[in-house]
Design a protein around this ligand. Structure first.
Ligand code: HEM
Length: 321
């Protein structure tokens, strides 16, 4: 999604596979102590970034040649064109930095939320069943278990209220990003402490969700808390902020929510899936929330009677962030 749709790159599959491995190395070391020694996380992260930027430079140059004179078609085109319109053409270094940042912002977060979504649907079969009921009621889930082409439209998706609650609850309890950084522009006081101008401060999304008084039984996975009847998030703008808040709020939040909804509908309507390990994996929070060593899940297709189609091999899909 990030590489093809947002950036419009056409990178061959085998190169993409290699870049993806390097990207994983970059993500794993993105928050490391700045100790530049051989084999340190910092050094591995920097090396991964250099390799990625080399690959990105090639893709950007190819793209610039192909898209000259064409209309905007993706986020990178808009970035390039709008910088020209404002009289400040971006340098190749700025383009590479911006592109890598966009891939990180779009990919790691959405992958984290997708993995949490699958894990919660596995842990709460009643939620999955209720979701299927909603899809059935809307004519999306047919008795044959097929999701017919053209069924999923934007307006259909936005009418799925329970689906919206499920996605919101996943993002509340398993918020991918812990928080964000800000620079203090003006000295201010908070709870009797003076925070001087120029300091870096962090706001914590996770702590906000954990302590917001509006949420009842804060540790319980309960999508209905966002139902019209309860709307626990309706009081106050800053109790629920999985996509951040203020002017630097997430640029891709609508795309991310759309992606998660499509994924949930696909999973609920066209497949059965089960955990491939005996127990659920442990969760770690850095750099984004994800299961340690990934989440291994077996997916089965469905036949016309909604029975599992057993795979010929014991193949399983390992969802890793
Ligand atoms: C579930 C998925 C996502 C989550 C949880 C998420 C979360 C966030 C959060 C919390 C911030 C604000 C950070 C801060 O306050 O400093 C942010 C910023 C941002 N996000 Fe997302 N994001 C997601 C998906 C995406 C996608 C798909 C894109 C790309 C289309 C994207 C692009 C961005 C960008 C460019 C920013 C920086 C905005 C700015 O600084 O003005 N995000 N995101």
């Amino acid at each position: 999604m990030a590489i093809r749709v947002l950036l419009g790159f056409s990178i061959p599959e085998e190169d993409l596979g290699h870049l993806f491995e390097v990207y994983q190395q970059f993500v794993e070391n993105v928050f490391s102590l700045p100790v530049d020694l051989p084999f340190s996380g910092y050094r591995r992260g920097i090396q991964a970034r250099q390799i990625l930027q080399k690959g990105l430079e090639k893709a950007i140059r190819e793209k610039l040649q192909c898209t000259q004179g064409k209309d905007y078609s993706d986020a990178l085109d808009i970035l390039i064109e709008s910088s020209k319109e404002h009289g400040k053409e971006m340098t190749m270094q700025e383009l590479k930095d911006g592109t890598l940042e966009l891939i990180f912002a779009a990919y790691a977060t959405t992958a984290s939320a997708s993995t949490s979504l699958i894990m919660q649907l596995l842990k709460h079969p009643a939620v999955l069943e209720k979701l299927r009921e909603e899809l059935r009621a809307q004519g999306i889930l047919h008795s044959g278990g097929c999701l017919c082409e053209g069924t999923l439209r934007l307006d259909t998706l936005s009418g799925l209220r329970y689906l919206d609650c499920v996605i919101k609850e996943v993002m509340r309890l398993f918020t991918p990003i812990s928080g964000g950084y800000r620079t203090v522009l003006q000295t201010f006081e908070l709870d009797g402490f003076q925070i001087p101008k120029g300091w870096s401060v962090m706001y914590s999304i996770r702590d906000t969700h954990d302590t917001a008084p509006v949420f009842k039984d804060v540790n319980v996975f309960d999508p209905d808390r966002f139902s019209q009847a309860r709307s626990e998030d309706k009081d106050g703008r800053f109790h629920y902020l999985p996509f951040g808040g203020g002017v630097r709020t997430c640029l891709g939040k609508h795309l991310a929510k759309l992606f998660l909804k499509v994924l949930a509908v696909e999973l609920a309507s066209t497949s059965r899936f089960e955990l491939a390990t005996r127990t659920f994996p442990r969760i770690t929070l850095v750099p984004v929330l994800h299961p340690v060593d990934g989440l291994s899940v077996k997916f089965f297709g469905l036949d016309s009677n909604q029975n599992k189609i057993l795979p010929e091999t014991e193949a399983m899909l390992s969802a890793t962030v």
